[in-house]
Design a protein around this ligand. Structure first.
Ligand SMILES: CC(C)(COP(=O)(O)OP(=O)(O)OC[C@H]1O[C@@H](n2cnc3c(N)ncnc32)[C@H](O)[C@@H]1OP(=O)(O)O)[C@@H](O)C(=O)NCCC(=O)NCCS
Length: 158
């Protein structure tokens, strides 16, 4: 399939269901994000925090999203996911570029995130935009399997 141009825009109410469906599918991979199944899609859709969420749209289809959780202390914490079949085509880069602009416009001084050390695609994406590794939390996340996974903390000063 040819490279698709992605439109990045703030999420709105009608995006709740596709956002939750993508999130649940990514959770099923049990690899890149901390959340694991089971996910109640209806509940997740209803409780999605739209404020601070950007979506990547190809045609009429939502293919990924990024959320910035605003702290009270001037930084924002990022979480993001792109639908598996749309990865490697620039949606993640487009979302992150828009998020950095969004954060600068709001006067944040920093963006942060936590990523699993094995998540090479995500770490490469974050490094590409200037995020640096700031530390490692050891055995931070307990998986459903019982495994304990480290996280790498990354940050970008704006
Ligand atoms: C991480 C993720 C959001 C990246 O989204 P994407 O749309 O595939 O990203 P892009 O196509 O814009 O690629 C961005 C960069 O990542 C790197 N990259 C992408 N896929 C890669 C891979 N399989 N291996 C190594 N690096 C990769 C490249 O450096 C690429 O930049 P380039 O195209 O300029 O070389 C996506 O893989 C994803 O949703 N993964 C599952 C959920 C997840 O891990 N979320 C992050 C949690 S911290």
């Amino acid at each position: 399939m040819a490279d698709a141009p992605f439109q990045i825009r703030p999420a709105h109410d009608g995006d709740r269901l596709p956002l939750a469906v993508i999130f649940a599918a990514v959770a099923e991979e049990r690899d890149g994000i901390a959340t694991e199944p089971p996910i109640d899609i209806e509940v997740r859709a209803a409780s999605w925090t739209l404020d601070g969420t950007l979506v990547a749209v190809a045609g009429a289809e939502i293919v990924g999203s990024l959320h910035i959780d605003l702290s009270r202390y001037g930084f924002g914490e990022i979480g993001m996911a792109v639908a598996r079949e749309w990865r490697g085509r620039g949606a993640g880069s487009a979302l992150l570029a828009a998020a950095i602009e969004w954060a600068r416009e709001r006067g944040l001084h920093k963006l942060t995130l936590a990523v699993f050390p094995h998540n090479e695609a995500a770490i490469a994406l974050y490094r590409k935009f200037g995020f640096v590794e700031e530390g490692r939390r050891v055995k931070q996340i307990r998986r459903a399997s019982g495994e304990l996974w480290d996280t790498v903390e990354m940050g970008l000063l704006l």
